[in-house]
Write a protein that binds this ligand. Structure first.
Ligand code: GDP
Ligand code: MG
Length: 350
């Protein structure tokens, strides 16, 4: 999370956790999901197992072990790559929400590279890992920035994506690192939203600036920044509305909040983070473009990766938005917000 990329451990994502969270996305992008819908194709493993069967004479037991092993792995790997296979893969990648703009060139490259080479699905897995990594590396990775002095994190995004929850998780995280944390209840459109933030502030044991229901969110943010400066807070987390009477209103309000932040954050480190719900896949990209114009985004928090098969959207974000994914939401609990690590993410999908 700091610029030097420390903070692995608790806040870093472990491969096992990520694997279980990404299980559904993995089913889409890697070979295992072909089990069942492509059974008529013999696998190389099956042929080998059969050959081993026929040759088995002296050591029956050993051959048996070999067959069992072959059966166990045949669902995963080693299938000949033909046009059917490639078309099926293309379909799966689209279902995993990588988006056409990302899938099309990927499949073209695959056709070119695999042509005349007797590729198996294992070669394709290696190919995909390489391509996925290079997609993610197109946008320079960086963790959440944190500097000495006050750090302001403006959290924006449409209703229900997980803004308030992510703020609660971040508050808990900073607090447990010994930071002085202030929340700003800038979603004054719904009284429930402010109460929800207040509950998080109590849970995390941090302070909150909350004005009367329906107050001007700009005033909330102004007060929070004044307080942060006077009382030397390390962190200010600004919650915002995700829905107003209409989109124009929402954008006007966010612009105003943004201006208040700019005018009152001299000498502070400011990040503008868009929260996207992974389970909405490609729709999130459109939202991102709109918010980007108004808020000058510095990063994305991708929530609800748990339980969605659309985690492939992470590649589309990298390719089409050029905004780094900084944090990922892996569940509803306090500690279910982790640093995004592209290498680990790709590794968990295979
Ligand atoms: P907001 O309208 O953007 O502030 O969204 P909320 O923070 O109120 O969250 C909406 C719902 O999404 C709540 O029920 C959260 O518990 C849930 N949520 C947020 N982040 C995650 C996540 O990473 N995983 C899961 N499974 N649920 C999440
Ligand atoms: Mg909220």
């Amino acid at each position: 999370m700091s610029e030097d990329g420390q903070r692995k451990g608790f806040w870093g994502t472990t491969l096992n956790k990520l694997k279980s969270v990404l299980a559904k996305t993995k089913e889409q992008v890697s070979e295992e999901s072909q089990e069942g819908d492509n059974q008529e194709l013999p696998t190389v493993e099956q042929s080998q197992a059969q050959a081993a069967d026929e040759e088995a004479t002296a050591n029956q037991a050993q051959t048996q072990t070999h067959n069992n092993t072959a059966t166990a792995v045949q669902a995963k790997s080693v299938r000949a790559v033909d046009e059917d296979y490639i078309e099926h893969l293309e379909e799966r990648l689209i279902k995993a929400d990588l988006g056409l703009a990302t899938v099309d060139p990927l499949i073209q490259t695959l056709r070119k590279e695999s042509r005349g080479k007797n590729w198996t699905s294992e070669n394709v897995d290696v190919f995909l890992q390489r391509e996925f990594s290079s997609l993610l590396n197109e946008t320079p990775q960086s963790g959440l920035s944190f500097k000495a002095g006050t750090n302001v994190y403006l959290i924006v995004g449409v209703n229900g994506v997980g803004k308030t929850t992510s703020i609660g998780k971040l508050a808990f995280r900073f607090k447990s690192e010994g930071k002085k944390v202030l929340l700003a209840a800038g979603d004054t459109f719904r009284a429930a939203a402010e109460s929800q933030l207040e509950i998080w502030s109590q849970r995390a044991g941090v302070d909150i600036v909350r004005l009367a229901d329906g107050a001007d969110p700009g005033a909330v943010v102004y007060q929070a920044l004044q307080k942060a400066r006077a009382e030397q807070y390390d962190v200010v987390l600004v919650d915002t509305a995700g829905r107003l009477h209409n989109k124009t209103n929402l954008m006007a309000e966010l612009k105003k909040i943004r201006t208040v932040v700019e005018k009152n954050s001299e000498g502070m480190n400011v990040e503008s983070l868009l929260v996207l719900d992974a389970s909405t896949g490609q729709n999130g990209l459109q939202q991102a473009k709109v918010f980007s114009e108004v808020c000058g985004l510095t990063g994305v928090i991708l929530t609800k990766l748990d339980g969605t098969a659309k985690g492939g959207v992470v590649f589309a974000i990298a390719k089409e938005l050029s905004i780094p994914v900084k944090l990922i939401g892996l569940g509803e609990k306090m500690e279910d917000l982790r640093d995004f690590d592209s290498a680990l993410f790709v590794q968990a999908l295979f």
